[in-house]
Each structure stands twice: as structure tokens, then as C-alpha cells.
Design a protein around this ligand. Structure first.
Ligand code: GH3
Ligand code: MG
Length: 419
């Protein structure tokens, strides 16, 4: 990976025409890019500044065809090698894969498709580590378990007092809870039962880790809300494998439950729950909080002119931009069809409006591609409001909604401020 903050993408093509636009589109999504037209230049750059990904045009370079340069580039590449081509037969694709190509993208080149692919490749490259909450009265057992899990790249936290578990769930948002069964304050199955009373914690798996080998007692504990029962003193590899399998399955399940399938943003219910939590926190800790509604302008026209599929792509490009611009994964949600909700914690309305206006401008600069490869641009209107004393989440949403309405009425493609 290169040393600059933005991941670098190298393009390999016979000439550098049209790359200015690709460069500006990629930079809106946080990728730097550079184009190479000569073999010696790309090979030297691969040595001195290895990129995050390389995109190779099937036409190859000005002085080497793709058959010649792909094997060399892929040998030097530490990341994905994406091949841009018109339809290739499966046999040809297999041949390219054997030569180091990892991904294929069709021509004509669509920057949005590449950004989509780069996004998911980036996610795979740095997966979010599992967070494990360990509830065990034995310091020695917990220390051993924490050590094993941290060696496997997981983040773990230990509490000795099971009565603190709800507080820690709120703070840590664990992927999985590893629970001892016999503890002085109360038993693990009692705590599991209490956790299961809270609907919002239903999707956090509880795995008992105990010396208990009696099958009946194990099943009894599981009937109280536990998802698995592991016996202490197991091999570290077995512990890590069991936790990984369960945590991964539930993480996927949670993703389906809480996220919108098109954009992977929080869905309507969950962004409102998130806002409600943030409103409570802001009141309690006297923090500032702003909230915005972002709505695509004349979206119905986009659907009518270019079709639903292109409309979906416009929605995706906006969601990606909002997610990238906000930093925190849970601060953006899909409120409805082409309407998005953004939570701006610790921000005044003015600061929030400034940031949102930058995103508004970036979105208007995105080149959208229609089905006949024509290009068009789309815009958004935004309403932003700041939390007032004693205001509820719903009142804050209503205030942002009114500001959005004002922005639409004033001509769209602008940010409206709540009054
Ligand atoms: P305005 O500028 O006033 O917001 O006008 P608009 O056309 O954007 O708003 P309107 O509410 O009239 O139309 C929104 C359209 O969005 C209607 C609906 O068919 C479409 N839509 C909602 N969800 C989706 C979706 O997931 N994909 C696509 N392609 N279209 C959607
Ligand atoms: Mg709209």
C-alpha cells in the first residue's frame, strides 16, 4: 500500500485519453489514481510505490500487449489486478486468472462499477475484527481467553461482575458474548435470560464457556438463551474456530436485519433507533447534535428517462458518497426510497450544513451512466436541523423535513436550514 492517505489505483492503458474524468470521479470516492502507458514506467512504479489495485485495459500498453504485461504486473502486485475487457470466453478468463488477474470488469468502462468493486475489495482487505465480551469471575481464565482471541486478531473485553453486562453491551457492541456459567453474583444462564429480555440484543449470540460437562445442564443453559456451549480447557484453535463460525453467522444475520439490501446502509427502523440513542446521549451529556434529510431531486424523472436499474445505481452512488463522507458507519441510513438520513454527532447546524453542502457538490459532479452509455448528472436537496433543548428524535426529524421542503421549494440542489 502506498504511503498517501488515499488508496492508489494504477491504470494500464495504451494512451491516457479520458483519464482526467476517471481521476476526478475516483477521487470523489477517496481513491487516487495514476495512468501508465509504458511498460518500464508501470513496472518501476509497482516496485517503488505498490498500489492498492491495478486496472489493466485489454489493449495493454503502448509498447506491450496485455498478454505480455499482465503476468509481470500481477507478479509484482500485492493487491487485486482488475482486467477491463469486452466479452471474453471462459477459457480466456481462466487463462488470464492463471496469469494473475483477480477480477474482471466489462467495457465500456463505467467508473461507478469500478468504485463498487474497489469498495468491496477494500472491505475484504481490512475486515472489521470480531468484538468478544467475556463474562467470567476467574481472572486467570479470562486472561488466557483474551490472549488467545487477541492472537487471532479479535478484540476482547473482560468483566468479572456479570451484573455489568448490559452496560458493556451498550458500550462495546460485542459480536458475541462468552459467558461463564458458575459465578458468585448470579449464574450465566440467569444473565443470558436477562439479556434475552431486551429485543435489541437478540442478535448477539451468547456462548457458554464452562467446566460443566453434564449434557442436561448444558442444554438447560442453552434453553435460557445461550447459542452454544463450549467446555473450558479446549484447544486455542478450537475456541477461535467456534467463536469465528458463530460470530460470523450472526454478523451476517444482523446485516440482513438492520441494513438495506441495495445500499447496505442502516434501514429506516435502525437509523431512527440510532438517532433516538444519539438524541438521548446529546441531552444527557449536553452535546450538540444535528440531523439531515437528503433527497434526490426529480428522481421520478430519472427513473422514467433511464429506467429503474439506472435509478438504483444513482441511489447507490449517493449512499456510497454519504457513507464515505460521514466516516462513522452508523450515521447514515436509507430513510425511504430516494431519501437518506444523516446523523451528525457533536456538530452545530452550521458546521453540519457546510459538510453536507460539500457532499451536495460532489454528488452533482458525479457522472451517472445511462443504459445507452449516455452520461447525465443528478442533484440532491438537503434539510438540516440542530437538536434543541427538550426536543425528541421525532421533532428533530420533522424540523429537518421542513428544512428539506424549503430547499425543494427554493429551487432544489441546495441545503435548507431549520428555522
Ligand atoms: P423531488 O425533487 O420533489 O424529490 O421529486 P422526486 O421525483 O424525486 O420525488 P417523488 O417522491 O415524486 O418520486 C420518488 C420516486 O422514487 C418514486 C419512486 O418510484 C422512486 N423510487 C423509490 N424507491 C426507489 C428505488 O429503490 N429504486 C428506484 N429506481 N426508484 C425508487
Ligand atoms: Mg426526490
Amino acid at each position: 500500500m502506498n504511503s498517501s492517505a488515499m488508496p492508489m489505483v494504477y491504470f494500464v492503458a495504451p494512451n491516457a485519453e479520458h483519464f482526467d474524468d476517471i481521476q476526478s470521479q475516483l477521487s470523489l470516492f477517496g481513491f487516487d489514481c495514476q495512468v501508465f502507458t509504458r511498460n518500464s514506467a508501470i513496472l518501476a512504479a509497482m516496485h517503488t510505490q505498490p498500489p492498492f489495485a491495478v486496472v489493466v485495459d485489454e489493449l495493454g500498453l503502448s509498447d506491450a500487449n496485455s498478454k505480455k504485461c499482465v503476468p509481470l504486473i500481477s507478479r509484482l502486485s500485492k493487491g487485486p489486478v482488475i482486467f477491463l475487457s469486452n466479452a471474453h470466453s471462459i477459457a480466456e478468463q481462466i487463462d488470464l486468472m492463471r496469469n494473475g488477474v483477480t477480477d474482471f470488469l466489462p467495457k465500456p468502462f463505467n467508473p461507478q462499477q469500478l468504485i463498487d468493486r474497489l469498495d468491496s475489495l477494500q472491505e475484504q482487505a481490512r475486515p472489521d475484527p470480531f468484538r468478544v465480551l467475556i463474562v467470567d469471575d476467574s481472572e486467570a481464565v479470562a486472561r488466557w481467553t483474551c490472549g488467545v482471541l487477541s492472537d487471532a486478531g479479535m478484540l476482547s473485553k473482560h468483566i468479572q461482575n456479570p451484573l455489568e453486562v448490559i452496560l458493556l453491551i451498550e458500550r462495546m457492541k460485542p459480536d458475541i458474548i462468552l459467558m461463564d456459567v458458575y459465578m458468585p453474583e448470579c449464574s450465566g444462564d440467569e444473565i443470558a435470560k436477562i439479556i434475552r429480555q431486551n429485543k435489541q440484543y437478540d442478535s448477539i449470540p451468547i456462548v457458554f464457556l464452562s467446566t460443566e460437562t453434564h449434557r442436561g445442564k448444558q442444554l438447560m443453559a442453552r434453553s435460557m438463551g445461550g447459542d452454544d456451549f463450549l467446555v473450558k480447557n479446549m484447544e486455542p484453535e478450537e475456541l477461535v474456530a467456534s467463536i469465528t463460525i458463530t460470530a460470523e453467522r450472526y454478523r451476517q444475520l444482523r446485516r440482513w436485519m438492520t441494513r438495506d439490501s441495495l445500499t447496505a446502509l442502516l434501514n429506516h427502523t435502525n437509523i431512527i433507533e440510532e438517532l433516538t440513542r444519539e438524541v438521548a446521549r446529546a441531552h444527557k451529556e449536553c452535546r450538540q447534535l444535528s440531523y439531515a434529510m437528503v433527497d434526490i431531486d426529480h428522481f421520478k424523472l430519472i427513473n422514467d428517462r433511464h429506467g429503474h436499474m439506472v435509478g438504483d445505481r444513482v441511489i447507490k452512488s449517493l449512499s456510497r458518497l454519504l457513507r464515505g463522507g460521514m466516516g462513522k458507519p452508523n450515521s447514515v441510513g436509507r430513510y425511504g426510497g430516494e431519501e437518506f438520513a444523516v446523523i451528525l454527532s457533536d456538530q452545530t447546524m452550521m458546521r453540519a450544513a457546510q459538510k453536507l453542502d460539500e457532499l451536495r457538490q460532489s454528488f452533482s459532479q458525479l457522472t451517472q451512466i445511462s443504459t445507452d452509455s449516455g452520461e447525465f448528472h443528478s442533484t440532491v436537496s438537503i434539510g438540516v436541523a440542530q437538536l434543541q433543548d427538550g426536543q425528541t428524535a421525532q421533532q428533530l426529524i420533522d424540523a429537518a423535513d421542513r428544512a428539506l421542503y424549503q430547499a425543494k421549494a427554493a429551487g432544489r440542489n441546495q441545503v435548507g436550514l431549520a428555522t
